[in-house]
Design a protein. Structure first.
Length: 137
């Protein structure tokens, strides 16, 4: 059972018939030129058409399109904000780690320079035994 019927014939068929009657080089008359209102009038039944046994497509796609357009700007702003916050947190963690590690590295370096000198006999004063006349052997 087919319940759909055309309200009026498509305009392309009417233009093609008029051109074939007048010849191939004939241009459409000013009264045959379609206006935006006429083209939009033919589009309205297509928007409200039921595809199968579901709601019209505009009822499904329209809210999703509107939601996507409304959220695209704020979503992009939030993504940029999160990226900047992650970058700032990374810099702060690296700065904190550098501040905490700096004293350890400084002490380690100073001990490394002083350790070989403290236990080295090269630079130590050489003690020379002096015989004292008071010492009785």
């Amino acid at each position: 059972m087919n319940t759909s019927a055309l309200i009026r014939p498509p305009a392309a068929r009417g233009l093609a018939a008029a051109r074939s009657d007048a010849g191939d080089n004939a241009s459409p008359a000013a009264s045959e030129a379609r206006t935006f209102g006429e083209m939009f009038g033919e589009l309205i039944p297509l928007i409200g058409a039921v595809a199968g046994y579901g709601p019209p497509v505009i009822f499904l796609a329209g809210p999703w399109l509107l939601l996507g357009l409304m959220l695209s700007g704020p979503f992009a702003f939030l993504v940029i904000l999160v990226v900047f916050m992650v970058a700032a947190a990374t810099i702060l963690v690296a700065l904190g780690a550098a501040i905490l590690v700096l004293p350890y590295l400084l002490v380690h370096r100073l001990r490394g320079h002083r350790a070989p000198r403290a236990f080295s006999n090269e630079h130590a004063a050489q003690l020379v035994p002096i015989e004292s006349p008071r010492v009785v052997a």
